[in-house]
Write a protein that binds this ligand. Structure first.
Ligand code: DX5
Ligand code: ZN
Length: 208
């Protein structure tokens, strides 16, 4: 399983060093929050752009915003390689996927814990990845919701080749549950950035 440390859990006074400190990981997860789709505000495309030259990891941008479509260009130009947005957002889903494709970025959809997995089915053929939220989006450091694993199994059965990412509450105890249920990538914020030995923690989460 690949590991994507979430910069939301990094020390914002030294984000550059923090991004470099996780270079043993696979992807870098960048949580974008608008204070509207979720009750929290994080950072925007300029921060993504500033971090881009400091890391060779795949930039995995997670948009928790009500109107993603109008910001796709900025995140693409900032260096996003995968852009995930929410099926619960207020923009047209197909048009937003088209906008992501327009810039040569890989499109992905996410869903909140309360949203049925079937809501994604009309779009699966167009997606590179699905991000299954295992906490209510908005904040790091929450408890992993194991009941979301059935969404992973349903998606795997329906589209065996689709990349499946889990996000929220992934740590030493819950990473094995994600692996057993077929997750390809796990986001980990608190578990990675609070670790005493970051490369060792990443290896542990991966299951090495
Ligand atoms: C939650 C974010 C997550 C979060 C994960 O809204 O999408 O990426 O930062 O943080 P941890 O690993 O601390 O749950
Ligand atoms: Zn996220």
């Amino acid at each position: 399983m690949k590991i994507a440390p979430s910069m939301l859990a990094s020390d914002f006074t030294r984000m550059g060093e923090c991004a470099k400190s996780v270079n043993a990981a696979d992807w870098l997860h960048l949580d974008i929050m608008d204070g509207h789709f979720v009750p929290n505000i994080s950072f925007g495309p300029d921060v993504v752009k500033a971090l881009r030259p400091l890391s060779d990891l795949t930039f995995d941008v997670h948009l928790m915003i009500s109107h993603p479509k109008q910001y796709i260009r900025q995140f693409a130009e900032a260096g996003a390689e995968i852009i995930t947005f929410h099926v619960e957002c207020d923009d047209d889903i197909d048009e937003t996927i088209t906008e992501i494709e327009k810039y040569g970025v890989k499109p992905a959809l996410s869903l909140k814990p309360g949203t049925p997995v079937e809501c994604l089915y009309p779009y699966l053929d167009r997606l590179y990845m699905v991000l299954v939220m295992t906490v209510e989006p908005g904040f790091g450091g929450q408890k992993f919701m194991a009941d979301q694993m059935e969404k992973l199994r349903a998606l795997r059965a329906k589209r065996p080749e689709l990349i499946l990412e889990v996000d929220g509450g992934v740590n030493r105890e819950t990473a094995p549950i994600c692996r057993e249920n077929g997750a390809d990538v796990a986001v980990a914020g608190t578990a990675v950035f609070r670790a005493e030995n970051i490369p060792a923690e990443i290896a542990l989460l991966r299951g090495e």
